[in-house]
Design a protein around this ligand. Structure first.
Ligand SMILES: [Zn+2]
Length: 273
């Protein structure tokens, strides 16, 4: 092959790589993930992304970083989830101010999780910064562990200040009383890709536990592109759900958790009310 042909081939090759899974696309995915709308749970959107799964194998968590250039952060040094242990009391931490309001229900199964997209207007204030609530979604089992212990479910409330500054509040579920939110909506959770919508509003503040003491550390999105832009706040107090609800929801979520990642010297802080 002559030089010209080689140059042409390498240009062609890099173009193909850019199209199939370039870094730019990954950034766009973060944005889209934050603003998922009905039409975005479409075949078209899915085809734009490399296929990945939570289950072991070629597309599984161990290989996410190698699936494409845009996913290379998945092999980074500040990844989530982690095991929460040896947390340090930090006097300078402040309470999270939750300013959650009402929202209509828009429940999406995107093939990786079951997600509630919420109406604009809910937000948290933390360390003098305002983060808007975009959506909340679920993992089974939990992604984070606390002193090595898994919980049956974990919810992530995803808030955004900017593309490079997200705050995610994670809350564990443990077996106990019937969960009111699940009682209302579990029967409508799409069991495969799709969406269920209702005009009926529910109060987001009612989902939260009364005591909002938390653990805090710096990490990443727990799904590709695993961008390391997340301030994590894991509430210490779990929410209840009945055995039947946990089972029913876990069957839908189908083990959609990423294994815990190395802390690599990151400090974990705690705040107690
Ligand atoms: Zn999550």
């Amino acid at each position: 092959m002559n030089r010209k042909a080689l140059v042409f081939l390498s240009i062609l090759l890099s173009a193909v790589i850019m199209i199939s899974c370039g870094g730019e696309k990954a950034v766009k995915d973060v944005k889209e993930k934050d603003h998922v709308k009905t039409e975005k749970v479409s075949e078209k959107h899915d085809h734009a992304k490399p296929h990945w799964t939570h289950h072991a194998g070629a597309d599984g968590p161990e290989n996410w970083a190698n699936l494409c250039e845009g996913f290379k952060d998945c092999g980074g040094q500040a990844q989530s989830p982690i095991d929460i242990k040896d947390a340090v009391l930090n006097e300078t931490l402040k309470p999270i101010e939750f300013n959650y309001g009402e929202s209509k229900a828009s429940i999406i199964n995107n093939g990786h999780t079951v997600q509630f997209n919420v109406d604009p207007g809910s937000f948290i204030n933390i360390n003098g910064k305002k983060y808007d609530l975009l959506q909340f979604h679920y993992h089974a089992t939990s992604e984070h562990t606390i002193n090595g212990e898994y919980y049956p479910l974990e919810v992530h409330f995803v808030h955004k200040l900017s593309d490079t500054d997200l705050a995610v509040v994670g809350i564990m579920y443990e077996q106990g009383e019937v969960n009111k939110l699940f009682e209302k909506f579990l029967q409508h959770f799409p069991t495969e890709k799709g969406e269920w919508k209702s005009e009926e509003v529910f109060n987001l503040a009612e989902i939260l536990p009364e005591n909002k003491s938390y653990f805090h550390y710096s990490g990443s999105l727990t799904t590709p592109p695993c961008t390391e832009v997340v301030s994590w706040f894991l509430l210490k107090n779990a929410l209840p759900a009945s055995e039947e609800q946990i089972k029913q929801f876990s069957d839908i979520l189908d083990k959609n958790f990423r294994p815990v990642q190395a802390t690599n010297g990151r400090e974990i802080f705690e705040y107690s009310e």
